[in-house]
Ligand binder design. Structure first.
Ligand code: ADP
Ligand code: MG
Length: 238
């Protein structure tokens, strides 16, 4: 059994009389520890698929199993626990809480999962140091650059030591260099912790760090490429 198993996923949004078939039958397996990029043009269904894997929204048809949990069999309460314990989320616009400083943003999921505020802050400071922000612990989000905010978001995603990090277009609002640094950080962290990373992106910088790339087109898997295939094509090795 694959670590993440996606079978026949469909998602149709109904807006009044209009139906949008965002996903038209996606099958995909993801291995533990893999770094997978979901590539495709804007509107192809990447974020919709991200939301399905992360149990942020339910598919119209099909099944997803993550780490032995069949998502559509879980109650709302079990889903909340599943999200908190197993998945760290990273979003394109960082989604930090504006009134909380960096430490509190990272401590929050730890408090939700039952740690004391004191312990949560200690661990938050350790993770923030790991992502290079030991000198920004008490800064509010709007006192940080975009790249620093995304580092806080990555630290928050790592707080509960999730098995999976899901990053939806993590570099979309960053300049090329900062985006590259964020990608390198995600890659490093996945290597260190064995965390499975799934990112959606249309950033070709992602190609070089990915074990596999799933190309999505119009709500369907267009093709899946392995790292070796890509290395040959774009001439990057390593
Ligand atoms: P991507 O992330 O690849 O840009 P999305 O998954 O956001 O694409 O969107 C796929 C399609 O589904 C688009 O046509 C989009 O307009 C539509 N869509 C996404 N979310 C919703 C929603 N909540 N309601 C209606 N349509 C949606
Ligand atoms: Mg998207």
């Amino acid at each position: 059994m694959a670590f993440i198993s996606i079978r026949g996923i469909e998602k149709t949004f109904v807006l009044g009389k209009t139906e949008v078939r965002a996903l038209k039958g996606i099958d995909l397996e993801v291995h533990r520890g893999e770094y997978l990029s979901i590539m495709g043009p804007s509107g192809s269904g990447k974020s919709t698929l991200f939301n399905m894997i992360g149990a942020l929204d339910a598919p119209s048809a099909g099944n997803i199993e993550v780490a032995g949990h069949r998502l559509n069999a879980l109650t709302r309460r079990q889903l909340a626990y599943f999200r908190c314990k197993h998945i760290g989320y990273v979003f394109p616009s960082f989604n930090l809480i504006p009134a909380y400083d960096a430490t509190d943003n990272v401590a929050m999921p730890l408090v939700f999962s039952g740690q004391t505020y004191q312990d949560a802050c200690n661990r938050a400071r350790t993770i923030l140091s790991r992502v290079g922000l030991e000198h920004r612990l008490t800064h509010l989000p709007d006192e940080l650059s975009g790249g620093q905010q995304q580092r806080v978001a990555i630290a928050r995603a790592l707080a509960n030591q999730p098995a999976i990090i899901l990053a939806d277009e993590p570099t979309a609002n960053l300049d090329l260099q900062t985006g590259g640094e964020i990608i390198a950080l995600l890659k490093e962290l996945s290597g260190e912790t064995g965390t499975t990373v799934i990112t959606t992106t249309h950033d070709h910088e992602m190609l070089a760090v990915s074990d596999r790339i799933v190309w999505i087109k119009d709500g369907q898997v267009d093709r899946v490429e392995k790292r070796e295939d890509i290395a040959i094509k774009v001439g990057t090795v390593g």
